[in-house]
Design a protein around this ligand. Structure first.
Ligand code: NAP
Length: 471
C-alpha cells in the first residue's frame, strides 16, 4: 500500500521527506485558480475553500490509485473578506503586501486523505499572522528581493525567509508551510501505514551573511544518519531583524537556533536563561526553545574547541603548559575561557589592536598576559599550545606572518580558520613536524550539544562528516 501526495509543491514534498515518510507525489493537474474564483463568487465561506480544493486533488488521484492513501492539501490567505491568490506579477505582489501590512490575516490550511476514492480524514488549521506596518519603500524592497520565491507561495511572502515581517503569529510552522504534518503522521500511524507519530522539529541558523554556513550540511547529515524527523535551515537575518525573527519563530514552534555573526551578544541578551559558559563568554551561539517558549542561551564554541583538540590533538593536554592565543575578536573570548577552564596555567594574548587584548585580559582573568603583536615570536619557546583566532589565513585574506622556528617542539598548533582546511600556519607547522589540528573539528564539535538538546540524541563526529563539511 502506497502513500501519495497529490501535489507538486516542493515545500510539501520536502516536509514529508524530512518526516522520513515513504511517499510519492503526483500532480493532480486541476485548474485551482478557476475553481477558487468560482467558489469565491458563490460566496463559499473562506474556511471551506481550501478544503474543497484539497478534496478535488485527493479525489482525482485516488480514483486512479484505489489502494493508496492519497493526501490533498491546499492553503488560502484570507484578509478583509478577500481571498488572496498567488501573485502573478510584481505589481500584484506589491498590492497584496501593502494590503497585508499592519493587519492580521488568516492562513487556512486544509489536509484531506482519500482512499478508494472516498474521503477518510480531514484536518483544517487556521493561523493568524499580524504583519508589521510597511512603508511603500519597504514593500518595494521586499518585492525586489523576494519576487522569485513569492510566486510559488499562496501567501505571496515566504515565511521561512521573512519571519521578521510579522509582529505576532498564532499558529504552527508546518500549518503555515501548508501541510499539517503532525496530524497526518498521527492518522497514518493509527492506520498502520507509518510508525512515526512524532512532530518533526525545525531548527534554524541565523546570521548575516549566512549562505556560506556549513551548519545545515552538518545537522542534516546527523538528522539523516540518526533517522530523526526534522530539518535545519539557514535564514539570512540582518541585525535589525534578529530579535523579531527569534521571537516569531519560537512562537510557531521552532525548537532552537544557532547564531552566528553579528548576533552572538544579542542572542545572550534576549534569552530567558543562560548557561554558565555562555555568561562567562558573554555571548551565545546556541539557543534552545522549551515547550513554553522560554529560550535558554548556551555557548558551545569553547566546548567545540577543546573537544576538537582532545579528539585530534594526540597526547595534547590543556594543562601541559602556557598557551599563546593570537587574536582578540569575538571567537577569542570562547577560546580563552575554555582554555582557562580546562586548566591551562597561563595564556599570552596578542592582537593587532592591543587595547582589545587588554580589555579581554582585564575582563576575564589575571592569568592572561597581553604581549605586543610584533614580539609574539619571542614567546614561542615557552608555550605548549598555539592558537590562531584571527581571520588571517582565511581564503581571500593575507596569511598570518609568524615563523615557528623557535616554537617548543612539543607544542600543538591549531587554527580557528577552516577555509581552507589547511591554512598557511598549519602548513608551516606540519612541515616543521609539529602536532597540528584544523579548525573544521571545532565547527563540528560545537554543533554536538545543540543537536543533542534539540533532537534528543548525541550525534557523532565521524570521518564522513569531516569530509562532507571540508569539501
Ligand atoms: P572577529 O571578531 O572579526 O575578529 C577578527 C580578529 O582577526 C581580530 O582579532 C582582528 O584584529 C584580527 N584581524 C583581522 N584582520 C587582521 C589583520 N589584517 N591583521 C591582524 N589581525 C587581523 O572574528 P571572529 O568571530 O573572532 O572570527 C575569527 C576567525 O575565526 C574567523 O576566520 C572565523 O571564521 C573563525 N572561527 C572559526 C570557528 C570554528 O568553529 N572553527 C568558530 C568561530 C570563528 P583587530 O582586533 O586588530 O581587528
Amino acid at each position: 500500500m502506497d502513500f501519495i501526495l497529490a501535489s507538486q509543491s516542493k515545500t510539501r514534498c520536502c516536509i514529508l521527506r524530512n518526516a522520513a515518510l515513504p511517499f510519492c507525489n503526483i500532480s493532480p493537474n486541476i485548474d485551482e485558480l478557476n475553481i477558487m474564483k468560482s467558489l469565491v463568487s458563490e460566496g463559499t465561506p473562506h474556511r471551506d475553500i481550501p478544503n474543497v480544493l484539497a478534496e478535488f486533488k485527493a479525489k482525482k488521484i485516488s480514483s486512479k490509485n484505489i489502494d493508496s492513501w492519497v493526501l490533498g492539501c491546499d492553503q488560502i490567505l484570507s484578509l478583509d473578506g478577500e481571498v488572496f491568490s498567488k501573485p502573478d506579477s510584481k505589481a500584484q505582489l506589491s498590492a497584496n503586501i501593502s494590503q497585508m501590512a499592519g493587519k492580521t490575516h488568516q492562513l487556512i490550511t486544509a489536509n484531506v486523505i482519500y482512499k478508494g476514492a472516498k474521503p477518510m480524514w480531514r484536518h483544517t488549521a487556521v493561523s493568524n499572522l499580524t504583519m508589521h506596518p510597511m512603508s511603500p519603500l519597504e514593500v518595494q524592497n521586499f518585492v525586489t528581493k523576494f519576487w522569485l520565491e513569492a510566486q510559488n507561495s499562496s501567501a505571496g511572502y515566504c515565511f521561512e525567509k521573512t519571519p521578521h515581517l510579522f509582529s505576532k503569529v498564532k499558529g504552527n510552522w508546518f500549518d503555515i508551510m501548508g501541510i499539517s504534518i503532525s496530524q497526518i503522521l498521527n492518522f497514518l500511524h493509527q492506520n498502520n501505514y507509518a510508525n512515526i507519530a512524532t512532530t518533526p522539529k525545525i531548527v534554524a541558523v541565523l546570521g548575516s551573511p549566512i549562505s556560506h554556513s556549513r551548519s545545515p550540511i552538518m545537522h542534516r547529515y546527523w538528522l539523516q544518519k540518526n533517522n530523526i524527523c526534522g530539518d535545519y535551515i539557514a535564514i539570512d537575518t540582518p541585525e535589525k531583524n534578529f530579535s523579531n525573527t527569534v521571537n516569531v519563530l519560537a512562537e510557531v514552534g521552532v525548537s532552537g537556533f544557532n547564531v552566528t555573526l553579528p548576533h552572538k551578544e544579542a542572542a545572550l541578551n534576549l534569552s530567558h536563561s543562560k548557561t554558565k559558559r555562555a555568561l562567562e563568554i558573554g555571548a551565545a551561539n546556541t539557543l534552545i526553545v522549551d515547550s513554553s517558549g522560554n529560550i535558554l542561551a548556551d555557548n558551545t564554541d569553547g566546548y567545540g574547541f577543546i573537544s576538537n583538540l582532545e579528539a585530534n590533538g594526540g597526547s595534547w593536554l590543556p594543562n601541559a603548559g602556557p598557551a599563546l592565543v593570537i587574536g582578540a575578536g569575538g571567537a577569542a573570548r570562547a577560546i580563552l575561557v575554555s582554555l582557562l577552564a580546562a586548566g591551562t596555567p597561563q595564556i599570552y594574548l596578542t592582537n593587532r589592536t592591543k587595547s582589545r587584548a587588554q580589555n579581554l585580559s582585564v575582563e576575564l582573568s589575571d592569568k592572561i598576559e597581553v604581549i605586543d603583536w610584533d614580539e609574539k615570536e619571542e614567546w614561542l619557546s615557552r608555550i605548549s599550545t598555539l592558537v590562531n583566532t584571527t581571520s588571517l589565513g582565511m581564503t581571500g585574506k593575507p596569511a598570518l606572518t609568524i615563523s615557528l622556528k623557535t616554537l617548543n617542539k612539543k607544542a600543538l598548533v591549531t587554527d580557528l580558520v577552516y577555509t581552507p582546511v589547511k591554512t598557511p600556519l598549519l602548513t608551516q607547522a606540519e612541515k616543521l613536524g609539529f602536532n597540528t589540528v584544523s579548525g573544521v573539528g571545532m565547527l563540528l564539535y560545537q554543533g554536538v550539544p545543540g543537536f543533542h538538546q534539540w533532537f534528543g540524541l548525541p550525534p557523532k563526529v565521524d570521518l564522513e562528516l569531516v569530509k562532507l563539511v571540508s569539501g
